[in-house]
Design a protein around this ligand. Structure first.
Ligand SMILES: [Zn+2]
Length: 655
């Protein structure tokens, strides 16, 4: 177990913007950063990173947390693994203690699978460099394909010997379990080696961890599949992984373009030539999940395809999916008989890049041209073809882009524009209807309560819910708001000093005033958090937001996240609704003080109003005169208190 001291050290230096921007293209918006959420599919960014609060939060899917949580969610890391990765990044040495917790076991299970893949990776490399067969067959193959030593090393290429269970037995001897070997697909269900007599291409996740393998068979007579890939496992989800993405992502962001090729060696060859914005789907046909990985870095994707008939067909298939993701799709057909691998060797990097630039064609226009060529003068086939192209254009979410393509397509197919527009509008309307139905089911996220507080014309007064009247029901409107606000202040600003001379903190002020009202909380969750603050405060400790963000109870973490995220100065909803970008930040320190005063007073006011109501009820039930007099006195005193408290809100200017 990593010691608390080490965890603190890591938390002190880990910057959420550093970590997130490894995976998400972030743009500055006021004091925050904004990008496309890596956890759900979206077209307009609602994923916000707050460097000041050191948290991220998606206003679309609700995911959020601190840097550690991000790595756990995004990279499927366990808690210690995320900590270790941060420690490595910031050069912190970790202290560990041995402990016996069962949660540690669960985390370890995933760590072990990563470790096993790393073990296999080293084994395949060792086999290629240190055995005769490995050197002659494995290394021989790569050399023959023109791969240099540094490429082989960088990509960790290896060799799996043609033996029944050499690897599996060794792994078990080294402490791995049969069951783990099967889980990641390194052993077959009979316990023999899954990869045999193959050159090995290790597959990494975005942060470079080995999560699976592709293996190409070398013997020609074998009936086995030319390529074998690791099956999906707890650490490898094929439909979301692209070969080379770890090495390509920086170049993709820099060039604002991703080049998609078909296979492992194509990827390697282009990277080796210095064209590094290149990836390939590994062992699957392209999936929407893979497209979304690219979309985090760039909206521009260029496919390289073989120029033969099969290549052209492949180019047509499946690309509508990319249009749906609102990506700009371009195609390059290579000369017949060439693949990217062979062509880059022949031309060299510069000429290859020139070739790509010269031959890049927009997908829709490419499709139009191809279909025109295929159908020639056959009118029925031409009608089908136009339908086909229209269905592709209708998938483009951006209406402006759509109309540009309609015009192009009309001109090239000699068809009336209005005819095409009508047909497309029908399809788009259909798609929108479908989407709406789907969204109904998906249960759209409610707008964040803090959105209102981010309004630029915010005068303060509208910030608060209306005062509850006396004759109301047991649960008063605004109750939850008050409790929530108290918890928010405790979490966000507990350590802020309110009264300089006496060093009274926000936490102290709230807890002193709220302690005896704790039982009046409607929400058990909020009460629990206040209680935790109180208990720690009595021990001399003021809890900070960081404590809550890494709280062992998920519910507490979620509440902390929601509260910390809600007063973000910028919210995408606001921009959408009002067409403005908010630049000012709310809630400087003095706002915390005002907020604290009003929150506590409001809470007291609520208590008084409740007592008033109880008292009134009593009055209705009592016939005894002395009792009635007593109740009326209490009523008077409570009304005075209420006035006093209410006057706070009337006279004090709340910013
Ligand atoms: Zn999201």
């Amino acid at each position: 177990m990593i010691t608390q001291k080490s965890i603190q050290e890591i938390m002190d230096v880990a910057k959420v913007e550093d970590i997130v921007s490894d995976f998400v293209n972030l743009k500055r918006r006021g004091v925050n950063l904004l990008g496309l959420c890596p956890f759900h599919n979206e077209k307009t960014p609602s994923f916000i990173v707050s460097p000041a609060k050191n948290i991220y939060k998606c206003f679309g899917c609700g995911k959020g947390g601190d840097p550690v949580r991000f790595l756990m969610e995004h990279e499927n890391y366990s808690y210690p693994e995320a900590l270790r990765s941060l420690a490595a990044r910031y050069g912190i040495e970790i202290e560990e203690t041995v402990t016996s917790k069962e949660s540690v076991e669960e985390r370890k299970a995933i760590d072990d699978l990563f470790a096993l893949n790393q073990y296999a990776y080293e084994y395949f490399i060792d086999q290629m460099s240190n055995t005769d067969m490995g050197k002659s067959i494995g290394l021989g193959y790569f050399k023959e394909r023109g791969f240099r030593e540094e490429t082989i090393q960088k990509w960790g290429l290896g060799y799996a010997p043609n033996q029944k269970n050499h690897f599996s037995l060794g792994a078990i001897q080294d402490g791995y379990k049969d069951e783990q070997l099967k889980k990641v697909g390194l052993s077959t269900q009979y316990g023999s080696d899954f990869f045999r007599g193959r050159v090995m291409f290790p597959i990494r996740n975005l942060s470079g961890k080995i999560i699976g393998f592709g293996g190409r068979i070398l013997s020609k007579e074998a009936k086995a599949a030319k390529y074998l890939n690791s099956p999906d496992s707890e650490v490898y989800n094929k439909s979301k992984v692209l070969y080379g993405a770890h090495f390509a992502r920086t170049a993709i962001r820099k060039t604002d373009e991703c080049i998609m090729v078909e296979g492992y060696t194509d990827t390697l060859a282009l990277h080796q030539a210095g064209i590094e914005n290149v990836v390939a789907p590994c062992g699957t046909s392209l999936t929407a999940g893979q497209i979304r990985v690219i979309k985090r870095y760039t909206p521009n994707i260029t496919f390289l395809f073989d120029g033969d008939a099969a290549g052209k067909k492949a180019a047509m298939r499946g690309l509508d999916m990319v249009l749906e993701e609102d990506m700009n799709v371009r195609l390059v057909l290579l000369p017949e008989g060439e693949d990217p691998d062979s062509l880059v060797l022949k031309l060299g990097a510069t000429k290859f890049e020139e070739f790509i630039t010269r031959n890049k064609k927009d997908f829709i226009l490419f499709k139009t041209e191809q279909l025109m060529e295929d159908t020639k003068d056959d009118p029925t086939r031409k009608a089908d073809m136009i339908k086909d192209i229209i269905s592709s254009i209708a998938k483009i979410p951006d209406p402006i882009k759509r109309s540009v393509f309609v015009k192009e397509c009309a001109a090239r197919t000699h068809t009336g524009e209005s005819l095409l527009f009508d047909a497309i509008n029908k399809l788009v309307a259909q798609a929108i209807r479908k989407e709406k139905e789907k969204k109904k089911v998906e249960n759209l996220p409610a707008p964040m309560p803090g959105d209102e507080s981010a309004a630029p014309m915010d005068s303060g007064a509208e910030d608060f819910p209306p005062f509850p009247g006396e004759g109301e029901k047991e649960k008063l409107p605004g109750d939850e708001f008050q409790e929530k606000d108290i918890v928010r202040l405790l979490i966000e600003a507990g350590t802020v000093v309110m009264v300089e001379e006496e060093k009274i903190t926000v936490a102290q002020f709230i807890l002193n005033n709220i302690e005896e009202l704790l039982e009046d909380f409607d929400s058990k969750d909020y009460a629990g958090i206040v209680k935790e603050c109180l208990d720690n405060f009595n021990e001399g400790l003021i809890l900070e937001s960081r404590y809550f963000m890494s709280h062992p109870d998920k519910k507490v973490r979620d509440i902390a996240l929601e509260l910390l995220a809600s007063p973000f100065d910028y919210s995408p909803n606001w921009e959408e609704k009002h067409g403005l970008t908010l630049q000012t930040q709310k809630a400087p320190e003095e706002n915390f003080i005002n907020d604290t005063l009003s929150s506590v007073n409001r809470f007291k006011l609520k208590k008084v109003i409740r007592l008033l109501k109880k008292n009134q009820d009593k009055l209705k039930e009592t016939a005894d005169n002395t009792q009635v007099m007593k109740i009326i006195k209490v009523q008077q005193r409570l009304t005075e208190m209420k006035k006093e408290l209410a006057s706070f809100f009337g006279s004090v200017i709340i910013k």
